[in-house]
Design a protein around this ligand. Sequence first.
Ligand code: ATP
Length: 220
Amino acid sequence: MATRPEHANTLHALFGGTFDPIHYGHLRPVEALAREVGLSQVTLLPNHVPPHRPQPEATPQQRLKMVELAIIDNPLFAVDDRELHRTTPSYTIETLETIRQQRGTALPLAFIIGQDSLLTLHKWHRWQALLEVCHLLVLARPGYHDRMDTPELQQWLEQHRVSDARLLSQQPQGYIYLADTPLLEISATEIRQRRHQGISCDDLLPRAVQRYIELQGLYR
Ligand code: ATP
């Protein structure tokens, strides 16, 4: 994995996803987030999808290749393929704990999720431990409300929420930041469906990824 030297107060962010395939709904909001909060690097973490969950259509190698092609000319992004190399699935919290151990306790570290993921975060394994390891940066996503489902979850959000992005690099973990990123109505589900129906996906994902999808005959 290629990463830049890490400085004590530089906020580093990780962005996990199935990326089946990666698309502009992932890339553009994260680029805007990087400008908004001052991120110099974002590491994409393609997920190992456990066997009991619906399987991605692309193989882990194809999903990784699409991520690599999507970021090839963009120095903001790096990719960490550690989850794909595991023979057993790992929970996000476990991956983040390992990364935290490797990078030390002082480095400000953030995990990026979309608004839809925030709303279901309480279903994640040991979800409350996430804030003991990193900050959460939340991308706006069209079609998802901005209140949590229960008063307890809303209270949890408000307890940890900060609106001053400068705080994120002053503490290693523990804050939630709801970003004011552009709303892009793009999902991997829609891209797969459009491909199944033979509808063009231009403008939804990078050209190089589209070409790879064509060449590999993916999402037919
Ligand atoms: P699928 O449609 O297959 O469920 P997806 O498009 O939601 O996939 P994932 O790889 O599951 O993509 O998403 C990874 C992360 O990116 C999640 O935290 C998700 O909330 C976020 N995300 C995906 N699409 C968008 C979007 N258009 N705007 C903001 N966040 C997004």
